[in-house]
Design a protein around this ligand. Structure first.
Ligand SMILES: [Zn+2]
Length: 256
């Protein structure tokens, strides 16, 4: 038996490295750029980043948040995303222990985080997250614990079908695209991790968060709602607290 503390620390270190990669993916995938080539470089002066400056979080701190070559500030997003991803992985493995479910949950939350970052910055949900995540979700369902393969397939089917329906109905009603293809593929991915009940709760929470938080801003400024962010938040909350939310709703609202 490995000490749970060591498991969490190692998972956290893995999460830091994945967070570093996630930074690259969320910036390059929406622009159809390779995440391998060219290597990491300063976006302002193009100077390649040395491997020892690329160590998650610590590299940023050691450089004082500035490029070694041109001394221009480095976006705070890099260390924040690294730290957040590290915390997600440490948290999942300290909560669920050294298990397949801890890995499944940590991967799912990392993908959702990547989707939220891409959608916030570019209004794009890269296929690598949605379709790649769908393949991953269906595959992981064959591992012990968590969702079973049939539940994952049905969830993916429902997620895709429901949003496709909303897209078609919305286009018919408003005569313009109401739902992006990225959101549809994303919900197929979410369904493969959460199953059919999870899809329903995710859409409900996503619409709720979106209308409460972004609705007023969008209404005032006419800015497009990056719905993927709110679906991602809804899916993360559903993964963590789905059964408790349904039970609370059944008891306090429906009085079952
Ligand atoms: Zn530079």
């Amino acid at each position: 038996m490995i000490d749970p503390w060591i498991v969490s620390v190692l998972a956290g270190m893995l999460g830091l490295m994945l967070g570093s990669f996630l930074n690259v993916c969320t910036i390059r995938w929406p622009q159809d750029e390779s995440v391998v080539f060219p290597g990491s470089h300063c976006p302002r002066c193009g100077d390649p980043i040395r491997w020892y400056d690329n160590v998650p979080v610590l590299g940023y701190i050691r450089l004082g948040g500035r490029c070694r070559a041109c001394k221009e500030p480095i976006s705070l997003q890099y260390p924040l995303v690294e730290a957040a991803t590290g915390l997600v992985w440490a948290g999942m493995f300290s909560y669920a222990g050294l298990s397949w479910e801890a890995m499944r949950g940590a991967l799912f939350l990392t993908i959702l985080f990547g989707i939220a970052l891409s959608d916030a910055r570019f209004y794009i949900i890269p296929d690598q997250f949605s379709l790649g995540g769908l393949v991953l979700g269906l595959g992981l369902a064959f591992l012990p614990g968590g969702i079973d393969p049939m539940g994952a397939f049905l969830g993916a089917f429902l997620g895709f079908g429901l949003l496709q329906f909303v897209a078609v109905a919305g286009k018919w009603a408003f005569k313009k695209d109401a739902m992006g293809g990225g959101d549809i593929k994303m919900m197929a991915m979410v369904g493969s991790f959460l199953g059919m009940p999870g899809v329903l709760l995710t859409i409900f929470l996503g619409a709720l968060f979106g209308s409460v938080i972004f609705g007023p801003i969008s209404w005032k400024t006419g800015k497009l709602v990056p719905f993927g962010i709110f679906l991602a938040a809804g899916a993360a909350v559903t993964y963590g607290f789905g059964p408790q939310i349904v039970e609370w709703y059944a008891t306090n609202v429906l009085h079952l």
